[in-house]
Design a protein around this ligand. Structure first.
Ligand code: IYR
Length: 230
C-alpha cells in the first residue's frame, strides 16, 4: 500500500477503502447464485470420520474472525478439538446434560417442536466428527493488572462470527451442526479455559456420513421474513 493510501484522522491511522463494484445485472446474478448456494446448507447430525486438512479448519476460523465486533474487540476464542480422549470427555459430559434436558428440563411443547428433527440426547457426532470447534465468548478481557476490561455487544459479535464460521465451513465443502448442550459450562472446565471465557456454541466439523437424510424442510419466503417500507 502506497503512502498516500494512509492518513491520520484525529490522530488515528486510517487506510483508504474501496470495495469491488459490479454492474446491476452482475450484482443480481451474484446475489441470486449466493442465495442458491447458501440454501443448500443443512445442519447435519451424522458425520464421517474421514480426516479433514487442518489448514481448512485454520482458514474457516480466520474467516469467522473477520466478523465485525463491538469496538473491534474480537471477543471470541475458537477451541479446536481433534484429540479423541478430549472428544470422548466432551461427549460424555454433553450427553449427561442432554439426557437431563430431554428427560424433564425441556417443556413438552419444546420436545414436540423437535420431533420432526429427530434429535435426542445421544450425541455420537461429538466423537465421530474429526474436529469439534467450541466457540467461547469473552464478556471481558483481563488487563495487565488483573482488572476486568468489558467488551461490548458480545453476543451480537460472537453470533455474527459464528454465522461467518458456518458460511466458511459450507464454502469449504464441509458440514456442521450448531450444537448447544445446556448448560454448557462443562466445556470451559474440560478445556481449562480462563475465567473470562464462556462457551457459546459447539460445532462438529467434517464430512457427512454416507447416506445421510436431513429433515425435508423448506425456508420461509421473502414475504414472510422481510417487510419493505418504500
Ligand atoms: N440442545 C439439544 C436440544 C435442541 C434444541 C433445539 I431449539 C434444536 O433446534 C435442536 C436440539 C440438542 O442438541 O439435542
Amino acid at each position: 500500500m502506497s503512502q498516500q493510501d494512509k492518513k491520520l484522522i484525529d490522530g488515528h491511522p486510517y487506510v483508504k477503502y474501496t470495495h469491488v463494484h459490479y454492474g446491476a445485472e452482475e450484482m443480481v446474478l451474484k446475489s441470486k447464485l449466493f442465495h442458491g448456494w447458501m440454501d443448500t446448507r443443512r445442519s447435519v447430525r451424522e458425520f464421517s470420520d474421514k480426516p479433514v486438512p487442518k489448514e481448512v479448519i485454520d482458514r474457516v476460523i480466520l474467516s469467522a474472525s473477520t466478523a465485525p465486533s463491538g469496538a473491534h474487540k474480537q471477543p471470541w476464542t475458537f477451541c479446536v478439538v481433534s484429540n479423541p480422549a478430549i472428544k470422548s470427555k466432551i461427549r460424555e459430559a454433553a450427553e449427561k446434560e442432554e439426557y437431563d434436558s430431554y428427560h424433564g428440563r425441556m417443556s413438552d411443547s419444546w420436545l414436540k417442536d423437535l420431533q420432526p428433527l429427530g434429535t435426542d440426547w445421544h450425541k455420537p457426532f461429538l466423537e465421530t466428527a474429526p474436529y469439534l470447534i467450541i466457540v467461547f465468548k469473552k464478556p471481558y478481557n483481563i488487563g495487565p493488572n488483573g482488572e476486568k476490561l468489558n467488551n461490548y455487544y458480545v453476543n451480537e459479535s460472537v453470533g455474527i462470527a459464528c454465522g461467518f464460521l458456518l458460511t466458511a465451513i459450507h464454502e469449504a465443502g464441509l458440514v456442521t451442526l450448531t450444537h448447544t448442550p445446556s448448560p454448557m459450562n462443562f466445556l470451559a472446565k474440560i478445556l481449562e479455559r480462563p475465567g473470562n471465557e464462556r462457551a457459546f456454541l459447539l460445532l462438529p466439523v467434517g464430512y457427512e456420513a454416507d447416506e445421510v437424510y436431513v429433515p425435508d424442510l423448506s425456508r420461509k419466503g421473502l414475504d414472510e421474513v422481510a417487510v419493505y417500507y418504500e
